[in-house]
Design a protein around this ligand. Structure first.
Ligand SMILES: NC(=O)c1ccc[n+]([C@@H]2O[C@H](COP(=O)([O-])OP(=O)(O)OC[C@H]3O[C@@H](n4cnc5c(N)ncnc54)[C@H](O)[C@@H]3O)[C@@H](O)[C@H]2O)c1
Ligand SMILES: Nc1nc(=O)c(N)c(NC[C@H](O)[C@H](O)[C@H](O)COP(=O)(O)O)[nH]1
Length: 226
């Protein structure tokens, strides 16, 4: 089944954490990285996050630069990419920034385990795609997105969604900015959490580039998915 070109973009600490043990947002990267992230958003058909990220960070996932939004409009695109939340149980608050801020299509991906009334109230604010029994079926979801014309998909975390996508062999590239701080804590989320791989199943990557950026480094990896 065809799926979009899917890549993860994240910022992590020296010790691989993407936020604190309390799951509080931490400023890991500086303005240069946020500008790069905005460029990626503007050049992608869609941007996706997990519900954990919405509940922790309340992102809007909009393109921040007026110039980049104008460029998208000039190309006949919406000013923002399609914004997608993977939210198996339809837990997203109706006043989440993603539902309130910015123009363009919003998709909430739920599973059959989501409460009917939650799903119905979300339908008033966003398009709802239902896949999977207890959890969203990520391969099926990505295939539906591809059929809808979404050919490039930027994933902005968090740790659980990143795991689900990598485990299913759906991620082609990972861009991680490593900032100059140490967060620590065995319960702080890392770039990829979940159950973890057995050694025989660990995906390997080839390094696309390593670039010094501010007081950190931007690593770009290509996964060798079988
Ligand atoms: N530094 C960064 O670049 C960055 C970016 C995004 C998020 N974060 C941090 O990550 C943390 C959130 O990560 P998280 O792991 O708690 O939440 P998450 O955003 O990864 O969402 C996880 C949720 O996705 C849902 N899900 C549905 N179907 C799934 C499937 N098939 N596989 C996996 N998940 C599925 C589940 O409900 C799961 O609880 C926050 O602390 C946030 O600040 C950091
Ligand atoms: N590149 C990057 N550097 C960081 O230091 C950091 N903490 C994030 N974290 C990503 C996170 O998901 C943010 O919450 C969204 O980038 C916010 O998105 P909005 O501006 O609300 O659209 N990302």
């Amino acid at each position: 089944m065809p799926t979009p070109f899917t890549y993860i973009n994240a910022a992590m600490s020296i010790d691989g954490k993407i936020s604190t043990r309390q799951r509080c947002q931490v400023r890991i990267s500086g303005d240069v990285d946020f500008e790069r992230m905005d460029e990626l958003r503007a050049s992608s058909d869609a941007v996706m996050v997990g519900i954990g990220t919405v509940l922790a960070d309340d992102p809007s996932l909009t393109v921040k630069s007026d110039e980049k939004r104008a460029k998208r409009l000039a190309k006949g695109l919406d000013e923002n990419p399609v914004r997608i939340v993977v939210d198996s149980k339809a837990r997203i608050p109706t006043d989440a920034d993603i539902l309130r801020k910015g123009a363009g299509k919003i998709i909430i991906a739920v599973s059959e385990s989501a409460a009917f009334d939650r799903v119905e109230s979300l339908r008033k604010k966003a398009m709802v795609i239902m896949t999977g029994g207890d959890q969203v079926d990520l391969p099926e979801l990505l295939s539906v997105l591809d059929e809808m014309g979404i050919k490039s998909l930027m994933v902005e975390g968090g740790a659980g969604l990143n795991w689900g996508l990598v485990k299913n062999g759906l991620v082609e590239e990972i861009y991680s900015f490593i900032g100059n701080l140490i967060i620590g804590g065995s319960n702080a989320p890392t770039l990829i959490d979940g159950d973890g791989f057995d050694e025989a199943d660990m995906p390997t990557c080839s390094l696309i580039s390593a670039e010094k950026m501010e007081d950190g480094v931007l690593l770009k990896w290509k996964l060798k998915n079988s």
